[in-house]
Design a protein around this ligand. Structure first.
Ligand SMILES: [Zn+2]
Length: 334
C-alpha cells in the first residue's frame, strides 16, 4: 500500500517550486541547529540538510546546515584514502580466492534481503514523546524498497529490506538521541540486535537538529553499527521538506558504504563512484541546473547521497549500486 501515491508525490515534489519549499521550510525553524549556522533562524530555515562525519566513521545528516555545508567532522581526504585502501585490500583478497570474473558476476547477480530491526526510542508513549505509529515505520520500509529497487527512477540495486521487529523503548535519558554521546553508546550496546548483516535503525528526536547519521561498514562488527534517523523524517512525519523517508534511504546508503556525492569536491576521485558527476558542495533545497564543477555533468542533486530536499532526490546510480554490493560482499555478507 502507498507505493504509487508515494512515488507520485515524490516525483511531483521533485519539481515543486523552490519557493513553496522555502516557505514551508520556515516552519521548521525550531528544528534548526544553532551549532551549524551563524545565520538567522529564518535564513537558516531555507537551507537544506547537512551531513557530518567523525573519525569513527559516523555520518550525520541535519537540517539547516547553511549553503557552505558547514560540517565540523567532514570526512577528510586522508580518511577516505584509508577507508578505500582497506576496501581495495578486501576486494583483492576476495578476487584472489574466487577470481575477479566470478567476483564481478556474483556482484551483478546478487540479491540481498536485509533484515531490519527498528528501535523506537521515546520519552513517553505520546507522539510528541517520540512514539510514532507502526504505519510510519512500514512506510519507511516501503520507501527503502522503492529507492533501492530503482522504482523511483534510479538504478536497481541488489538490496531489499524486510522489517523483522519493532522494539519500543521508553528511556528519557536516551531522548533525544545525541550523536557521539555516551548515552548513544549505552543505547546501542543495550539494544543492537543481529550480526553485521542486520540493519538496526534507531528512531527518535535527535540532538542539534540532525536528520540522521550512520556508520560505514567495518571489518569487525562494532556495537555502534547502524543508522539513527529522526522519527519525524519518516513518511507522514512533521519534518517539513524531509518527511518522505529519504533520510532513511540516505543513511542506509552510507551504511552500505556510499559517500556523499560532494565528497572531495571537484577534484580527485570524489565519492569514488564514476557515474556521479563531481560536485563542489552540498546542494540545498531543489536547485535547477546547478553545476559547481567544470568537469562534465550537472550536479547530482537528485541523488540520494546529496543534501537536497526529499522531494528532489530519487535515485542511486549503477556505479553506486556496484559499490554497495561490493561493500556488502566485503564487509557484511556472512
Ligand atoms: Zn550523509
Amino acid at each position: 500500500m502507498g507505493l504509487r501515491p508515494v512515488l507520485l508525490n515524490r516525483r511531483m515534489a521533485g519539481i515543486a517550486s523552490t519557493s513553496l519549499a522555502l516557505a514551508l521550510g520556515v516552519a521548521t525553524v525550531g528544528l534548526l541547529p544553532a551549532a551549524t549556522t551563524t545565520a538567522s533562524p529564518a535564513a537558516a530555515a531555507v537551507t537544506a540538510d547537512e551531513v557530518c562525519e567523525d573519525p569513527t566513521g559516523t555520518l550525520a545528516r541535519a537540517k539547516g546546515g547553511g549553503a557552505a555545508g558547514h560540517d565540523p567532522n567532514q570526512l577528510t581526504l586522508a580518511q577516505v584514502h584509508q577507508r578505500e585502501a582497506e576496501f581495495a585490500d578486501i576486494l583483492q583478497e576476495r578476487a584472489k580466492r574466487v577470481g575477479q570474473r566470478t567476483l564481478t558476476a556474483q556482484a551483478a547477480a546478487a540479491s540481498v534481503t536485509i533484515p531490519v530491526v527498528v528501535h523506537v526510542i521515546r520519552r513517553d508513549t505520546t507522539r510528541a514523546g517520540g512514539n510514532i505509529p507502526d504505519s510510519m515505520i512500514q512506510s519507511q520500509i516501503n520507501v527503502l524498497n522503492q529507492s533501492f529497487s530503482g522504482a523511483t527512477g534510479g538504478a536497481a540495486t541488489a538490496f531489499a529490506f524486510q522489517l523483522q521487529s519493532i522494539n519500543r523503548v521508553t528511556n528519557s535519558s536516551w531522548y533525544p538521541i545525541r550523536q557521539g554521546s555516551s548515552a548513544e553508546r549505552q543505547m546501542k550496546t543495550q539494544l543492537r540486535q543481529g550480526n553485521k548483516a542486520t540493519l538496526n535503525i534507531y528512531l527518535g528526536a535527535l540532538s542539534n537538529n540532525l536528520l540522521g547519521w550512520a556508520t560505514f561498514p567495518q571489518r569487525n562488527l562494532n556495537v555502534m553499527d547502524g543508522v539513527v534517523v529522526l522519527s519525524e523524517s519518516l513518511p507522514g512525519g512533521t519534518a517539513t521538506n524531509y518527511n518522505q523517508g529519504d533520510t532513511g534511504t540516505h543513511e542506509v546508503g552510507h551504511w552500505l558504504n556510499l559517500y556523499h556525492t560532494f565528497q572531495g569536491g571537484c577534484s580527485g576521485s570524489g565519492d569514488q563512484v564514476g557515474d556521479t558527476p563531481a560536485e563542489a558542495s552540498p546542494a540545498s533545497g531543489c536547485p535547477t541546473g546547478r553545476d559547481t564543477c567544470s568537469s562534465s555533468g550537472l550536479d547530482p542533486i537528485t541523488n540520494f547521497m546529496d543534501y537536497s530536499y526529499d522531494g528532489c532526490m530519487y535515485q542511486f546510480t549503477s556505479g553506486q549500486a556496484t559499490r554497495m554490493i561490493n561493500a556488502w560482499n566485503s564487509y557484511r555478507a556472512a
